[in-house]
Design a protein around this ligand. Structure first.
Ligand code: IMP
Ligand code: MG
Length: 205
């Protein structure tokens, strides 16, 4: 009997598979496996538990892309914490951000004097995060730490504070584990690369 999967090898030489299922249509390669993501989340959670052992940090998720990562990180943390969300919309095409950012949903919580952890899905050009940090710092939190799932290795990225990135990736457009292309693929449990035909098909964008 043939298995309904595409076999792939990940960066550490481990075998990973792209299941043939509707949510993965157009995905050609798993860049970071579910197992690797979940393992790194435990490492990050232990680091944060230690750093904030005497505080109740406010964990701020940046909607929508960071939701998956934020939920997994906060559940792995053993200290008390609070959560809040921000939604920002960045003008640009579906695969490139322009750096012009608009706040769609602001925090509910006051952050003055508080310890804030910003959880981001991906730092690409860095422009979105820079804008967010500048904005939140003006509200005088005690400190702000940035934890990102992914950081792209990009020659022309701007200097921006990223205290911890779970994974550094090449400058390629990725989807899954919260990240979308035209709102699709967010519910993949891994980070993957798309077949270029998905971009070039105008009906998909
Ligand atoms: P930046 O302002 O260029 O750093 O882009 C930040 C935002 O663009 C992220 O929060 C994502 O929502 C989106 N983004 C950037 N690169 C990717 C990608 O490879 N896949 C999916 N979304 C991306
Ligand atoms: Mg996005």
């Amino acid at each position: 009997m043939t298995q309904d999967i595409d076999e792939q090898i990940d960066t550490e030489g481990q075998q990973v598979t792209v299941p043939v299922e509707p949510r993965a249509e157009g995905v050609t390669k798993v860049l970071i496996s579910e197992r690797d993501i979940q393992h790194e989340i435990q490492v990050i959670a232990r680091e944060l538990d230690e750093e904030y052992a005497n505080d109740t940090p406010l964990v701020v998720g940046v909607l929508k892309g960071a939701v998956t990562f934020m939920v997994d990180v906060m559940q792995a943390m053993k200290i008390p914490l609070e959560i809040d969300f921000m939604a920002i919309s960045s003008y640009g095409t579906s695969t490139k951000s322009s750096g012009v950012v608009r706040i769609v949903k602001d925090l509910n919580a006051e952050i003055e004097g508080r310890r804030v952890i910003i959880v981001e899905d991906i730092v690409d050009s860095g422009l979105t995060l820079k804008y967010l940090l500048d904005l939140l710092k003006r509200r005088n939190p005690r400190d702000i730490r940035v934890v990102a799932l992914l950081k792209k290795n990009k020659a022309d990225a701007i200097e921006v504070q990223v205290d911890r990135a779970a994974f550094e990736i090449p400058d390629e457009f990725v989807v899954g584990y919260g990240l979308d292309y035209a709102e699709a693929y967010r519910n993949l449990p891994y980070v993957a690369i798309l077949d270029p035909s998905v971009y070039s098909n105008p009906e998909e964008s």
